[in-house]
Design a protein around this ligand. Sequence first.
Ligand code: AMP
Length: 115
Amino acid sequence: MSEQDTIFSKIIRREIPADIVYEDDMALAFRDINPQAPIHILVIPKKPIPKLADAVPEDYTLMGHLLLTAKRVAEEQGIQNGYRVVINNGHEGGQTVFHLHLHVLGGRQMEWPPG
Ligand code: AMP
């Protein structure tokens, strides 16, 4: 198992199950196993970038694609009235899985500030 091999790499390779809602050549989206809202989807790049701070200029197109994938997934899940997209970056940012991911949360009123 390489340093960049996380539970999300195993989901990409179908080595562990996930409730996948979208896939293309660059990205995968699946339901969070511990949902914090009625709809809670994770959008991840297939490229194993550990965290946002590790993204480089060559990831420019991929990063835009992930945001557009979050928008697409939200529309497909019927939460276009409002949703939140979150990236936790690093330990102090609350990140626990070190494979970049966007949380798409919706289906309830979101509060601010987050904890
Ligand atoms: P973060 O704290 O931003 O790193 O988010 C990691 C997220 O991954 C958490 O919301 C977890 O509930 C979620 N998670 C961990 N393992 C799995 C899994 N096997 N399938 C789906 N979601 C997972």
